[in-house]
Design a protein around this ligand. Structure first.
Ligand code: C2O
Ligand code: CU
Length: 418
Protein backbone atom coordinates (compact mmCIF):
# COMPACT_ATOMS: atom_id res chain seq x y z
CA UNK A 1 0.00 0.00 0.00
CA UNK A 2 1.07 3.57 -0.53
CA UNK A 3 2.79 5.33 2.30
CA UNK A 4 3.91 2.14 3.94
CA UNK A 5 7.19 2.16 5.78
CA UNK A 6 9.58 -0.64 4.93
CA UNK A 7 12.93 -1.46 6.42
CA UNK A 8 15.82 -3.53 5.10
CA UNK A 9 19.29 -4.43 6.31
CA UNK A 10 22.07 -4.96 3.87
CA UNK A 11 25.50 -6.16 4.93
CA UNK A 12 28.41 -6.35 2.51
CA UNK A 13 30.44 -9.36 3.53
CA UNK A 14 33.28 -11.66 2.47
CA UNK A 15 32.95 -15.44 2.32
CA UNK A 16 33.42 -18.42 0.10
CA UNK A 17 31.14 -20.07 -2.46
CA UNK A 18 31.37 -23.55 -3.96
CA UNK A 19 31.00 -22.65 -7.64
CA UNK A 20 32.94 -25.71 -8.82
CA UNK A 21 32.68 -29.10 -7.08
CA UNK A 22 35.24 -29.32 -4.34
CA UNK A 23 36.53 -25.74 -4.66
CA UNK A 24 35.84 -22.87 -2.31
CA UNK A 25 36.03 -19.62 -4.27
CA UNK A 26 36.54 -16.47 -2.22
CA UNK A 27 33.61 -14.17 -2.96
CA UNK A 28 31.80 -11.06 -1.77
CA UNK A 29 28.07 -10.72 -1.29
CA UNK A 30 25.27 -8.82 0.45
CA UNK A 31 23.63 -10.72 3.33
CA UNK A 32 25.36 -13.80 1.96
CA UNK A 33 28.52 -14.87 0.23
CA UNK A 34 27.71 -14.02 -3.39
CA UNK A 35 25.51 -11.34 -4.96
CA UNK A 36 22.62 -10.00 -2.88
CA UNK A 37 18.90 -10.43 -2.25
CA UNK A 38 16.42 -8.99 -4.75
CA UNK A 39 14.93 -5.97 -2.98
CA UNK A 40 11.32 -5.32 -3.92
CA UNK A 41 10.07 -1.80 -3.35
CA UNK A 42 6.84 -0.14 -4.27
CA UNK A 43 6.18 3.38 -5.52
CA UNK A 44 5.15 5.53 -2.58
CA UNK A 45 6.99 3.51 0.06
CA UNK A 46 9.19 5.17 2.65
CA UNK A 47 12.29 3.05 2.74
CA UNK A 48 14.91 2.73 5.46
CA UNK A 49 17.98 0.66 4.70
CA UNK A 50 20.54 -0.22 7.35
CA UNK A 51 23.87 -0.60 5.62
CA UNK A 52 26.81 -2.41 7.14
CA UNK A 53 30.28 -3.00 5.82
CA UNK A 54 31.77 -6.28 7.00
CA UNK A 55 34.31 -6.33 4.19
CA UNK A 56 38.04 -5.91 4.86
CA UNK A 57 37.95 -2.74 2.72
CA UNK A 58 35.87 0.42 2.33
CA UNK A 59 32.82 0.30 0.09
CA UNK A 60 29.66 2.22 -0.84
CA UNK A 61 26.10 1.11 -1.61
CA UNK A 62 24.91 2.63 -4.88
CA UNK A 63 21.36 2.23 -6.21
CA UNK A 64 21.78 2.18 -9.96
CA UNK A 65 18.74 3.73 -11.64
CA UNK A 66 17.01 4.85 -8.47
CA UNK A 67 15.85 8.43 -8.29
CA UNK A 68 16.93 9.54 -4.82
CA UNK A 69 18.74 12.51 -3.30
CA UNK A 70 22.49 12.69 -3.73
CA UNK A 71 22.83 11.89 -0.02
CA UNK A 72 21.23 8.46 -0.44
CA UNK A 73 22.72 7.65 -3.84
CA UNK A 74 25.89 5.93 -2.58
CA UNK A 75 28.42 7.41 -4.99
CA UNK A 76 32.17 7.58 -4.26
CA UNK A 77 31.66 10.29 -1.59
CA UNK A 78 29.61 7.90 0.57
CA UNK A 79 32.42 5.59 1.69
CA UNK A 80 31.68 3.22 4.55
CA UNK A 81 34.81 1.96 6.25
CA UNK A 82 35.23 -1.68 7.36
CA UNK A 83 33.07 -2.39 10.40
CA UNK A 84 31.03 0.80 9.97
CA UNK A 85 27.28 1.15 9.63
CA UNK A 86 25.06 3.76 8.09
CA UNK A 87 21.33 4.20 7.66
CA UNK A 88 19.76 5.80 4.63
CA UNK A 89 16.18 6.79 3.95
CA UNK A 90 14.29 7.67 0.83
CA UNK A 91 10.82 7.57 -0.69
CA UNK A 92 10.19 5.65 -3.89
CA UNK A 93 8.82 8.13 -6.44
CA UNK A 94 9.36 6.38 -9.73
CA UNK A 95 7.46 3.88 -11.82
CA UNK A 96 7.88 0.10 -11.96
CA UNK A 97 11.35 -0.88 -13.17
CA UNK A 98 14.16 -3.35 -12.77
CA UNK A 99 17.07 -1.53 -11.13
CA UNK A 100 20.15 -2.83 -9.36
CA UNK A 101 22.63 -2.01 -6.63
CA UNK A 102 26.40 -2.32 -6.44
CA UNK A 103 29.43 -0.73 -4.76
CA UNK A 104 30.98 2.52 -6.03
CA UNK A 105 34.25 3.31 -4.20
CA UNK A 106 36.59 5.38 -6.38
CA UNK A 107 39.21 3.20 -8.02
CA UNK A 108 37.87 0.00 -6.50
CA UNK A 109 34.43 -0.55 -7.98
CA UNK A 110 35.50 -3.04 -10.63
CA UNK A 111 37.25 -5.34 -8.17
CA UNK A 112 34.35 -5.39 -5.71
CA UNK A 113 31.69 -6.05 -8.33
CA UNK A 114 33.93 -8.72 -9.84
CA UNK A 115 34.07 -10.54 -6.52
CA UNK A 116 30.30 -10.67 -6.32
CA UNK A 117 28.83 -7.43 -5.00
CA UNK A 118 25.64 -6.78 -6.96
CA UNK A 119 21.94 -7.28 -6.45
CA UNK A 120 18.63 -6.48 -8.09
CA UNK A 121 16.19 -3.83 -6.98
CA UNK A 122 12.66 -4.09 -8.34
CA UNK A 123 10.25 -1.18 -8.22
CA UNK A 124 6.59 -2.06 -8.46
CA UNK A 125 3.64 0.24 -8.85
CA UNK A 126 -0.15 0.09 -8.97
CA UNK A 127 -0.28 -0.26 -12.74
CA UNK A 128 1.66 -3.51 -12.86
CA UNK A 129 -1.30 -5.79 -12.01
CA UNK A 130 -3.45 -4.37 -14.78
CA UNK A 131 -0.80 -5.09 -17.38
CA UNK A 132 -1.31 -8.82 -16.99
CA UNK A 133 2.38 -9.63 -17.32
CA UNK A 134 4.06 -12.69 -15.84
CA UNK A 135 5.13 -11.49 -12.40
CA UNK A 136 5.45 -14.57 -10.27
CA UNK A 137 9.06 -14.29 -9.07
CA UNK A 138 11.07 -17.39 -9.97
CA UNK A 139 8.04 -19.08 -11.57
CA UNK A 140 7.38 -17.13 -14.74
CA UNK A 141 9.30 -13.94 -13.94
CA UNK A 142 13.03 -14.62 -13.76
CA UNK A 143 15.97 -12.41 -12.81
CA UNK A 144 18.87 -13.02 -15.19
CA UNK A 145 22.13 -11.42 -14.06
CA UNK A 146 24.77 -11.85 -16.76
CA UNK A 147 28.40 -11.78 -15.63
CA UNK A 148 31.55 -13.18 -17.20
CA UNK A 149 34.43 -14.23 -15.01
CA UNK A 150 37.93 -15.65 -15.29
CA UNK A 151 38.79 -18.17 -12.59
CA UNK A 152 42.48 -18.63 -11.83
CA UNK A 153 44.60 -20.76 -9.49
CA UNK A 154 42.29 -23.01 -7.55
CA UNK A 155 39.18 -21.48 -9.14
CA UNK A 156 39.69 -18.09 -7.51
CA UNK A 157 38.34 -14.71 -8.59
CA UNK A 158 41.75 -13.10 -8.20
CA UNK A 159 41.03 -9.72 -9.74
CA UNK A 160 44.61 -8.43 -9.67
CA UNK A 161 45.76 -11.36 -11.81
CA UNK A 162 43.20 -10.85 -14.57
CA UNK A 163 42.40 -7.13 -14.43
CA UNK A 164 42.44 -5.24 -17.71
CA UNK A 165 42.27 -1.46 -17.82
CA UNK A 166 39.96 -1.61 -20.84
CA UNK A 167 37.53 -3.85 -19.01
CA UNK A 168 38.04 -7.21 -17.38
CA UNK A 169 36.58 -10.14 -19.30
CA UNK A 170 36.25 -13.80 -18.40
CA UNK A 171 35.79 -17.04 -20.31
CA UNK A 172 33.22 -18.39 -17.86
CA UNK A 173 29.63 -17.18 -17.75
CA UNK A 174 27.84 -16.83 -14.46
CA UNK A 175 24.08 -16.41 -14.44
CA UNK A 176 22.71 -15.24 -11.10
CA UNK A 177 26.01 -16.33 -9.58
CA UNK A 178 25.77 -19.88 -10.96
CA UNK A 179 27.91 -21.55 -13.60
CA UNK A 180 26.03 -23.56 -16.24
CA UNK A 181 22.50 -23.18 -14.88
CA UNK A 182 19.47 -24.47 -16.79
CA UNK A 183 16.10 -22.74 -16.52
CA UNK A 184 13.35 -25.34 -16.29
CA UNK A 185 9.81 -24.14 -16.73
CA UNK A 186 6.34 -25.34 -17.63
CA UNK A 187 5.12 -21.87 -18.44
CA UNK A 188 4.12 -20.85 -21.90
CA UNK A 189 5.17 -17.26 -21.50
CA UNK A 190 8.08 -16.19 -19.34
CA UNK A 191 9.46 -12.81 -18.46
CA UNK A 192 13.22 -12.44 -18.23
CA UNK A 193 14.60 -9.41 -16.42
CA UNK A 194 18.08 -9.28 -17.83
CA UNK A 195 20.83 -7.26 -16.14
CA UNK A 196 24.22 -6.91 -17.74
CA UNK A 197 26.15 -6.96 -14.47
CA UNK A 198 29.48 -7.63 -16.15
CA UNK A 199 32.47 -5.38 -15.67
CA UNK A 200 32.75 -4.66 -19.37
CA UNK A 201 31.32 -7.27 -21.74
CA UNK A 202 28.53 -6.32 -24.15
CA UNK A 203 25.85 -8.90 -24.89
CA UNK A 204 23.93 -9.20 -28.10
CA UNK A 205 21.25 -11.41 -26.58
CA UNK A 206 19.24 -13.61 -28.90
CA UNK A 207 18.01 -17.20 -29.11
CA UNK A 208 19.89 -20.04 -30.77
CA UNK A 209 16.84 -20.89 -32.92
CA UNK A 210 16.59 -17.25 -33.99
CA UNK A 211 13.06 -16.91 -32.64
CA UNK A 212 11.65 -13.48 -31.91
CA UNK A 213 11.00 -12.21 -28.41
CA UNK A 214 9.27 -9.13 -27.09
CA UNK A 215 10.97 -6.34 -25.19
CA UNK A 216 8.63 -4.75 -22.66
CA UNK A 217 10.94 -2.65 -20.50
CA UNK A 218 14.19 -0.72 -20.62
CA UNK A 219 16.38 0.36 -17.68
CA UNK A 220 13.83 2.60 -16.03
CA UNK A 221 10.41 1.19 -16.84
CA UNK A 222 8.05 -0.14 -19.47
CA UNK A 223 8.15 0.81 -23.12
CA UNK A 224 4.96 2.37 -24.44
CA UNK A 225 4.16 -0.86 -26.22
CA UNK A 226 5.76 -4.29 -26.52
CA UNK A 227 8.45 -4.42 -29.22
CA UNK A 228 9.20 -7.60 -31.16
CA UNK A 229 12.83 -8.21 -31.96
CA UNK A 230 15.34 -10.95 -32.55
CA UNK A 231 18.35 -9.51 -30.78
CA UNK A 232 19.12 -6.86 -28.23
CA UNK A 233 22.38 -5.14 -27.29
CA UNK A 234 23.05 -4.69 -23.58
CA UNK A 235 26.16 -2.82 -22.49
CA UNK A 236 27.51 -3.01 -18.93
CA UNK A 237 24.95 -1.76 -16.43
CA UNK A 238 21.94 -1.90 -18.78
CA UNK A 239 18.75 -3.89 -18.18
CA UNK A 240 15.94 -5.10 -20.40
CA UNK A 241 12.80 -7.04 -19.64
CA UNK A 242 11.69 -9.42 -22.34
CA UNK A 243 8.76 -11.78 -22.79
CA UNK A 244 9.54 -15.13 -24.34
CA UNK A 245 6.83 -17.30 -25.89
CA UNK A 246 7.97 -20.87 -25.30
CA UNK A 247 4.89 -22.52 -26.76
CA UNK A 248 6.39 -22.94 -30.22
CA UNK A 249 9.80 -24.12 -29.14
CA UNK A 250 10.67 -27.42 -30.82
CA UNK A 251 12.30 -30.28 -28.91
CA UNK A 252 11.27 -28.40 -25.79
CA UNK A 253 14.64 -26.73 -25.62
CA UNK A 254 16.03 -23.34 -26.55
CA UNK A 255 19.00 -21.28 -25.38
CA UNK A 256 19.53 -17.62 -24.80
CA UNK A 257 22.88 -16.91 -26.45
CA UNK A 258 25.40 -14.18 -27.13
CA UNK A 259 27.44 -13.55 -30.30
CA UNK A 260 29.18 -16.64 -31.71
CA UNK A 261 26.30 -18.57 -30.13
CA UNK A 262 27.99 -18.55 -26.73
CA UNK A 263 25.31 -20.04 -24.49
CA UNK A 264 24.09 -17.76 -21.75
CA UNK A 265 21.07 -19.67 -20.55
CA UNK A 266 19.56 -22.94 -21.77
CA UNK A 267 15.81 -23.20 -21.21
CA UNK A 268 14.07 -26.56 -20.85
CA UNK A 269 10.35 -26.41 -21.47
CA UNK A 270 8.01 -29.04 -20.12
CA UNK A 271 4.23 -28.92 -20.53
CA UNK A 272 3.23 -25.41 -21.24
CA UNK A 273 0.16 -24.25 -19.42
CA UNK A 274 -1.20 -20.89 -18.42
CA UNK A 275 -1.04 -18.54 -21.34
CA UNK A 276 -0.86 -14.88 -20.45
CA UNK A 277 -1.84 -12.18 -22.87
CA UNK A 278 0.16 -9.17 -22.00
CA UNK A 279 -1.66 -5.94 -22.58
CA UNK A 280 -0.40 -3.95 -25.50
CA UNK A 281 -0.34 -0.57 -23.87
CA UNK A 282 2.30 -0.60 -21.18
CA UNK A 283 3.29 3.00 -20.62
CA UNK A 284 2.55 6.59 -21.64
CA UNK A 285 5.95 8.10 -22.27
CA UNK A 286 5.77 11.34 -24.23
CA UNK A 287 8.79 13.02 -25.70
CA UNK A 288 8.37 16.77 -25.64
CA UNK A 289 8.67 17.77 -29.32
CA UNK A 290 10.31 21.07 -28.42
CA UNK A 291 13.26 19.17 -26.95
CA UNK A 292 13.96 17.59 -30.33
CA UNK A 293 14.70 21.03 -31.75
CA UNK A 294 16.72 22.27 -28.82
CA UNK A 295 20.50 22.59 -28.86
CA UNK A 296 22.26 20.68 -26.08
CA UNK A 297 23.18 22.67 -22.97
CA UNK A 298 25.64 20.01 -21.81
CA UNK A 299 28.11 18.05 -23.88
CA UNK A 300 29.82 14.93 -22.61
CA UNK A 301 32.67 13.74 -24.79
CA UNK A 302 33.95 10.28 -23.98
CA UNK A 303 37.42 9.59 -25.29
CA UNK A 304 40.31 7.21 -25.07
CA UNK A 305 41.09 3.67 -24.09
CA UNK A 306 42.85 1.92 -21.21
CA UNK A 307 44.32 4.40 -18.69
CA UNK A 308 43.82 7.28 -21.12
CA UNK A 309 40.06 7.40 -20.80
CA UNK A 310 38.57 10.83 -20.14
CA UNK A 311 35.33 12.77 -20.16
CA UNK A 312 35.66 16.18 -21.82
CA UNK A 313 39.42 15.69 -21.65
CA UNK A 314 39.46 15.29 -17.89
CA UNK A 315 39.75 12.57 -15.30
CA UNK A 316 37.47 12.42 -12.30
CA UNK A 317 38.32 14.74 -9.43
CA UNK A 318 36.07 14.50 -6.41
CA UNK A 319 36.79 18.15 -5.61
CA UNK A 320 35.77 19.40 -9.02
CA UNK A 321 32.12 19.93 -9.91
CA UNK A 322 31.83 19.44 -13.68
CA UNK A 323 28.22 20.47 -14.21
CA UNK A 324 25.33 21.99 -12.34
CA UNK A 325 21.64 21.66 -13.11
CA UNK A 326 18.43 22.84 -11.49
CA UNK A 327 16.29 20.25 -9.79
CA UNK A 328 13.20 19.41 -11.84
CA UNK A 329 14.43 21.13 -15.00
CA UNK A 330 14.94 19.22 -18.20
CA UNK A 331 18.12 19.82 -20.16
CA UNK A 332 19.32 18.31 -23.40
CA UNK A 333 22.67 16.58 -23.04
CA UNK A 334 24.76 15.43 -25.94
CA UNK A 335 26.76 12.29 -25.31
CA UNK A 336 29.57 11.90 -27.82
CA UNK A 337 31.52 8.66 -28.06
CA UNK A 338 34.41 10.21 -29.92
CA UNK A 339 36.92 8.40 -32.12
CA UNK A 340 40.48 9.65 -31.59
CA UNK A 341 43.88 8.80 -33.11
CA UNK A 342 43.95 5.89 -30.69
CA UNK A 343 40.69 4.60 -32.13
CA UNK A 344 37.45 4.09 -30.33
CA UNK A 345 35.37 1.51 -28.52
CA UNK A 346 31.91 0.97 -27.14
CA UNK A 347 31.27 2.94 -23.94
CA UNK A 348 28.04 2.50 -21.93
CA UNK A 349 27.26 5.93 -20.48
CA UNK A 350 25.41 6.13 -17.15
CA UNK A 351 23.99 8.99 -15.05
CA UNK A 352 23.06 8.65 -11.37
CA UNK A 353 19.81 9.84 -9.84
CA UNK A 354 17.79 10.12 -13.04
CA UNK A 355 15.98 8.19 -15.73
CA UNK A 356 16.46 9.99 -19.03
CA UNK A 357 14.83 9.79 -22.45
CA UNK A 358 16.83 9.32 -25.62
CA UNK A 359 15.93 12.01 -28.16
CA UNK A 360 18.16 10.92 -31.01
CA UNK A 361 21.19 8.85 -31.94
CA UNK A 362 23.32 10.40 -34.70
CA UNK A 363 20.39 12.67 -35.46
CA UNK A 364 17.97 9.78 -36.02
CA UNK A 365 15.01 8.62 -34.00
CA UNK A 366 16.27 6.05 -31.47
CA UNK A 367 15.48 2.41 -32.14
CA UNK A 368 12.64 0.77 -30.16
CA UNK A 369 14.92 -0.64 -27.47
CA UNK A 370 15.96 2.94 -26.60
CA UNK A 371 12.46 4.43 -26.49
CA UNK A 372 11.87 3.81 -22.79
CA UNK A 373 13.39 5.41 -19.69
CA UNK A 374 17.11 4.80 -19.58
CA UNK A 375 19.88 5.41 -17.07
CA UNK A 376 22.61 3.88 -19.22
CA UNK A 377 23.07 4.13 -22.99
CA UNK A 378 25.53 2.03 -24.91
CA UNK A 379 27.17 3.99 -27.71
CA UNK A 380 29.23 2.63 -30.58
CA UNK A 381 32.43 4.49 -31.48
CA UNK A 382 31.48 7.63 -33.37
CA UNK A 383 27.91 7.68 -32.12
CA UNK A 384 26.39 10.80 -30.63
CA UNK A 385 23.18 10.69 -28.66
CA UNK A 386 20.99 13.48 -27.41
CA UNK A 387 19.14 12.76 -24.20
CA UNK A 388 16.62 14.66 -22.10
CA UNK A 389 17.81 14.71 -18.49
CA UNK A 390 15.82 15.76 -15.44
CA UNK A 391 16.82 15.25 -11.81
CA UNK A 392 13.92 15.04 -9.35
CA UNK A 393 16.15 15.47 -6.28
CA UNK A 394 19.12 17.55 -5.16
CA UNK A 395 22.65 16.52 -4.48
CA UNK A 396 25.91 15.46 -6.08
CA UNK A 397 25.59 12.78 -8.74
CA UNK A 398 28.06 10.89 -10.89
CA UNK A 399 27.99 10.35 -14.63
CA UNK A 400 30.42 7.88 -16.11
CA UNK A 401 31.29 5.06 -18.44
CA UNK A 402 29.93 1.82 -16.98
CA UNK A 403 32.90 -0.25 -18.08
CA UNK A 404 33.91 -0.47 -14.44
CA UNK A 405 37.63 -0.26 -15.16
CA UNK A 406 37.07 2.95 -17.14
CA UNK A 407 35.07 4.35 -14.25
CA UNK A 408 37.87 3.40 -11.84
CA UNK A 409 40.36 5.01 -14.23
CA UNK A 410 38.54 8.32 -13.93
CA UNK A 411 36.14 8.25 -16.88
CA UNK A 412 33.64 9.94 -14.62
CA UNK A 413 32.39 13.40 -13.78
CA UNK A 414 30.02 14.86 -11.25
CA UNK A 415 27.03 17.12 -11.43
CA UNK A 416 25.56 19.15 -8.62
CA UNK A 417 21.81 19.43 -8.70
CA UNK A 418 20.35 22.34 -6.71
CU1 C2O B 1 25.95 1.29 -11.90
CU2 C2O B 1 27.76 4.83 -11.11
O1 C2O B 1 26.89 3.05 -11.48
CU1 CU C 1 34.34 3.25 -21.30
Amino acid sequence: EKGKNVEYSLTAQAGTTELFNGYETKTYGYNGNLLGPTLRLKEGQHVTIHLKNDLPEATTFHWHGLEVSGKADGGPHALIEPGEEKTIQFTVTQQAATLWYHPHPMGNTAQQVYKGLAGLLYIEDDNVEALNLPNDYGKNDFPIILQDRAFVEGKQLDYSKVANSDGTYGDTMMINGVINPVLKTDKKLVRLRILNGSNARNYNVHFDNDMAFTQIATDGGFLNKPQKMKELLLGAGERAEILVDLSKVKEKHVSLVNDQNVVLLPIDVSDTKSAVNASTKLNTIKVDKALLEQQPTKVVKMEGMRENVTINGKKFDEKRVDFTQKKGETEVWEIDNAITDEGGMIHPFHIHGTQFLVLSVNGEKPEPSLQGYKDTITLQPGQKARIAVKFPYEGMYMFHCHILEHEDNGMMGQIEVK
